[in-house]
Design a protein around this ligand. Sequence first.
Ligand code: KIV
Length: 281
Amino acid sequence: MSATAQQSAPRPADIRAMKGGTPIVSLTAYTTPMARMMDAHCDFVLVGDSVGMVLHGMPSTLGVTMEMMIMHGQAVARGLNRAMLVIDMPFGSYEEEPRQAMCSAARIMRETGAAAVKLEGGVHMADTIRFLSARGVPVMAHIGLTPQAINTLGGYKVQGRGAGAKKLIEDARAVADAGAFAVVLEKLPAGLADQITADIAIPTIGIGASPGCDGQVLVVDDMLGLFSDFTPKFVKRYAQLGTDGKAAIAAYAAEVRARKFPAAGHVFADEAPNPEKARNA
Ligand code: KIV
């Protein structure tokens, strides 16, 4: 991410100002080539801690470290010219108290150039969001299904059904009042997502929420169909790269075994061509 490009990228205040307007577009990215592919199309790109599950094969996001977030954050930053960069704060890096969160957020922003961090939690994280926002750290909040709390939530279930709706409305109000510039709503009933979107003054970014949210985010590997096994209900596959990739690898393996690859056009002659002749050829 060049200095010039950073100046032209939207800032958290610009994303905040998109409330109620054209929907905000976002995807996760973990590598430079993916970031390059989405840069022209996304308002912000999120280096999610889903990187642990998606790229590193971890069973949950709980094992993700600061070092991983920073390394992937730097890789994504190199691929962005236009979209804003947001980076997830990993489990254990911010929950103890606001000062711990400040140290972690400052390190992430300093070492990656990210414009903002994202953290999970509602009412119980409001003091931390207020502390960070007052000290120059723009915070995107994340409520509903918060994967870092998977062990206390009891699984990747829809949140906010029935009596749970009241708690999510309180969470949304708390993070907005504390100064978050946007809030991710993950896996909650569409009607509740619409209610929260109408109720708070900051943009809601839905994932498994509602088309009525102020924006949408998806895990890029999910929407590209890179996984051929489980696809969550809230994901639409816009491509089938997993199936195509498997077929390509099988074709390669078969051609290697049949000595069809490499073919004549993929190998080098014993003698380097005479540069004079090559020029005249
Ligand atoms: O880690 C992640 O990828 C996320 C998004 C799915 C919102 O938090």
